[in-house]
Ligand binder design. Structure first.
Ligand SMILES: C[S@@+](CC[C@H](N)C(=O)[O-])C[C@H]1O[C@@H](n2cnc3c(N)ncnc32)[C@H](O)[C@@H]1O
Length: 257
């Protein structure tokens, strides 16, 4: 990669937005970049990915990545031999970055980049996908998209509705939700902020559309963070690792697939 191209990518990565400096770089870029070029906070992206690919074979699958940010899960899906990824991202700079990288890596046949806010209210989508990543987007309802929601109760209704709508275009859903509406600690979605409350809420609300196949829970093992399957011990809220790492990863299969 020449210096000029690299600088263009860095400039796009550094454009600040509410969700900038979020994901680490996809592995295709790691060799070209140093910490001084770009240092994201990182959201245990590799660890999240590892849990996903341990539980779903992405090979030959068609993928939808909603709220793809800087493309970590999109590009890593291609590394896991997915057939095609449709990346959708509302933020212009993030989408421009993903578009540029797709061209640099000559992946324009395997990746479609769409710079738009996904319309979750639609019950149908013109394409169908084997696997959909919907990670850490829906608690931003009323903020990043669908502005003007009255209160947390309405937001929670929408989250369930949008999840259920997704079963019309997606067979397997990989889903994560924040504990706070719009990421605001003063707007907790659940009274005690526990994983159990979130899991019960998702299970109950989606039971006619989705089967929850597996739930991943972050734990520290020998100093490393790993996502293990949910069990009676790791379900407890762990304040030492912070809010993000307490968010379960749901792997859900559409009913009747
Ligand atoms: C909190 S980040 C999560 C990024 C990524 N999914 C992950 O978990 O690593 C949310 C991302 O979704 C984007 N976003 C929010 N609402 C969206 C929508 N309706 N359609 C597409 N992108 C959206 C934001 O711009 C941001 O990049």
């Amino acid at each position: 990669m020449n210096k000029n191209t690299k600088q263009k990518l860095i400039n796009l990565l550094k454009k600040s937005s509410k969700h900038s400096h979020y994901q680490i770089l996809p592995s295709q870029l790691v060799q070209y970049f140093e910490d001084k070029d770009y240092l994201p906070t990182g959201k245990v992206d590799s660890e999240r990915l590892l849990f996903v690919i341990k539980n779903i074979n992405l090979k030959n699958k068609t993928i939808l990545d909603i709220g793809g940010n800087t493309g970590f899960f999109t590009f890593e899906s291609i590394n896991s031999e997915a057939k095609h990824v449709t990346y959708i991202e509302g933020n212009e700079e993030h989408a421009n970055f993903a578009m540029k990288l797709t061209k640099i890596l000559k992946l324009t046949k395997q990746i479609s980049i769409k710079n738009q806010y996904f319309n979750f209210t639609q019950k149908r989508y013109d394409e169908k996908f084997n696997v959909c990543f919907l990670l850490n987007v829906l608690h931003h309802v009323g903020d990043d998209f669908n502005s003007g929601l009255k209160n947390i109760g309405v937001a929670k209704e929408k989250i369930i509705k949008y999840l259920n709508n997704s079963s019309s275009f997606c067979d397997i859903l990989i889903f994560q939700l924040g504990f706070n509406w719009q990421g605001n600690v003063h707007k907790p979605l659940f009274k005690n902020g526990t994983k159990k409350e979130m899991i019960d809420f998702i299970k109950k609300g989606t039971k006619n559309h989705w089967n929850i196949k597996t739930i991943g829970i972050a734990e520290i093992e020998n100093g490393d963070l790993v996502y293990n399957k949910l069990n009676k011990n790791n379900i407890n809220r762990n304040d030492e690792i912070g809010e993000f790492k307490n968010r379960p990863i749901f792997i859900m299969k559409k009913i009747n697939v």
